[in-house]
Design a protein around this ligand. Structure first.
Ligand SMILES: [Zn+2]
Ligand SMILES: [Zn+2]
Length: 590
């Protein structure tokens, strides 16, 4: 994620290309050394270049220095382009496969004319590598496995899956005898909707060998492959194909490291420039007075010799910068630092403030549990209300209810309500918004309901004017309390409706119609950015799970995380109302 990392990868690739081409080995060795130094170094490269101190660093010769300077200036390298001339891009791409080194790639390219991962895959399948000198059956099997692993690990993983994979590892890590403290960092800590790699951070017991922690983690049962193992960093791939990077730091530097490795990159850049403006230097070890920091001794992988102004906790570091603590979900460079400086950060909604769920399904349509089971589960969660909202007739594959079945269902819900004390059970429906904006039921049917979610399920490739009119029309109905998953998007599967949000937000705010954050992955719809603009336009937000089973109610935590990333407070969320306030909200529109 850092400049050092990007440059380290650049030098490693250049070393590999030299080997693939069969150039004298000493050149490749020099680049490999620079790559390793860059990976381990905690020095601020841009700073070193700006102050002309890069020349003092041992092992970085004039040609490497030129490459670094050019890369910092332009983001690319002409030496790299020159070097990779004549080597097909697909050959360089083969370097991404674990267990496949430059020498083998060179052999495959020159003797079998294999110039891409796909060609390699098909050659293995056809048995064409047999008899190739130096590549035995075992090696072929390892390459095959590497290709599969790469395909799995290459894609991003959804937030719920990444969290489910990371939490047990975090727990085992935290229980190791030499670990004082362990936390998730990176985009997972910020609860982004999809995750590339999982970043973990831990503080080692003073005096303990940090490498012993890395070794212990490499032996965890989840580990399929160890990608790298250094003194303070270990990278593994789990059996789910997820890459996990662990960094080990001293307890005294834990907060600064956590801040650094949580990101986002852009948030970090802002913080560092704020530090510079105040004569301070901020890095993963701590925040320092620049005049003292520049004079201090710095060694790769160790804390600078001078005492930091703060480093133990993130809050300490923010405080030195004149800022209150900023929640990880806000650290996206979306105005959070200015808001923090002005004392205008929102008090983000918390899961404990949610009083109920307003969108779920039962066996009456496509759910797995009965009304009573859903209601009891909600009660056990401490909820004060729950809306049962099964599908309407047009959702045929979801066993949608006809008007007749719906009215019988309403009676069943009212009956169940009598059996669950302390829970307001709302008889509702998730009514389809048809392609032209008509609702799936007539007004007189809707009038029998306590709560109406209106959602688009089909015709999700409409153009903007049509799609916008469609949703606006649903908002106009006095019976519609919330638009469910308003865009219909599915992360990594479909874009959803291209809505004119400004018009929709105005109409929703003006009519007292809520818009939903659907907390079920891969929906997360509205997303964080749209939900924030909606709330800023005065729209009330409903955070729902769209649960299709008792277990589905647990997805509320993800809906709340989307809401937190949207800067929402409890006052902007329908689910945080008391049952009495909720009744008012409903009756005001009717
Ligand atoms: Zn739906
Ligand atoms: Zn639903």
């Amino acid at each position: 994620m850092s400049l050092n990392n990007d440059l380290s990868n650049l030098f490693a690739t250049m070393a590999a290309i030299l080997e693939i081409k069969g150039e004298p080995v000493f050149k490749a060795i020099a680049f490999t050394k620079v790559s390793r130094w860059l990976k381990d170094s905690t020095l601020d490269l841009a700073d070193l270049v700006a102050t002309g101190k890069l020349a003092d660093v041992e092992g970085i010769g004039p040609s490497s220095r030129r490459i670094i300077e050019e890369f910092i200036r332009t983001g690319s390298s002409s030496d790299f382009q020159e070097l990779s001339k004549g080597v097909p891009a697909g050959v360089i791409g083969m370097l991404d496969i674990p267990s496949l080194g430059p020498k083998t790639i060179s052999l495959l390219w020159k003797s079998r004319n294999i110039t891409s991962v796909d060609e390699l895959k098909s050659a293995i399948e056809k048995g064409e590598l047999a008899g190739l000198k130096g590549i035995g059956e075992k090696k072929i099997a390892a390459i095959k496995e590497g290709i599969e692993l790469r395909a799995k690990a290459g894609g991003r993983v959804g937030l719920p899956a990444a969290l489910a994979a990371a939490l047990p590892i975090l727990e085992e890590l935290g229980a190791l005898p030499n670990v004082v403290e362990a936390k998730i960092a990176g985009s997972l800590r910020r609860f982004r909707e999809t995750i590339g790699d999982v970043d973990l951070l831990c503080a080692a017991k003073p005096g303990a060998d940090p490498q012993s922690i890395g070794r212990a983690v490499a032996a965890f049962p989840q580990v399929q492959k160890v990608l790298a193992q250094g003194v303070t960093k270990t990278s593994i791939v789990t059996f789910d194909g997820l890459q996990v990077d662990l960094r080990i730091v001293p307890p005294a530097n834990f907060g600064a490291a956590l801040l650094y490795f949580t990101g986002s990159k852009e948030h970090g850049v802002r913080l560092r420039s704020r530090a510079i403006d105040q004569g301070m230097t901020l890095n993963e070890w701590g925040i320092y007075r620049t005049s003292e920091y520049d004079k201090s001794a710095k060694k790769t992988g160790e804390a600078p010799s001078v005492k930091p102004l703060a480093s133990r906790t993130e809050a300490d570091v923010y405080k030195v910068l004149g800022l209150p603590y900023i929640e990880p979900e806000l650290r996206e460079d979306r105005g959070e630092i200015d808001a923090a400086a002005a004392g205008k950060l929102p008090k983000l909604v918390e899961l404990a403030e949610i009083r109920g769920d307003l969108h779920c399904h039962t066996t009456a349509s496509d759910g797995a549990n009965s009304i009573l089971e859903m209601a009891q589960a909600a009660r056990e969660k401490g909820y004060q209300f729950l809306a049962i909202t099964d599908h309407s007739k047009s959702s045929v594959i979801a066993n949608g209810l006809t008007a007749e079945r719906l009215l019988a269902h309403v009676k069943a819900i009212h009956k169940a309500a009598e059996q669950v004390k302390g829970l307001t059970l709302l008889a509702g429906c998730e009514v389809d918004i048809l392609a032209d904006g008509h609702l799936d039921f007539e007004a007189e049917v809707l009038a029998e309901l306590d709560w109406v979610v209106a959602s688009p399920h089909v015709a999700l490739r409409q153009d903007r004017p049509k799609a916008t009119d469609r949703i606006l029309r649903a908002i106009e109905s006095r019976y519609v309390n919330v638009i469910g998953h308003p865009t219909g998007r599915m992360i990594d599967q479909r874009e959803g409706l291209p809505l004119d949000f400004a018009r929709i937000f105005r109409a929703a705010a003006g009519s007292g119609t809520a818009l939903e954050i659907n907390g079920s992955y891969p929906r997360f719809d509205l997303n964080d950015v749209a939900a924030r603009s909606a709330a800023e336009a005065g729209v009330m937000i409903a955070v729902d799970t769209d649960a299709h089973s008792v277990g589905g109610l647990e997805q509320m935590m993800f809906g709340v995380e989307v809401a937190r990333r949207a800067w929402l407070t409890s006052g902007q969320i329908v689910n945080c109302m008391t049952p009495a306030r909720l009744t008012q909200f409903i009756s005001r529109k009717r």
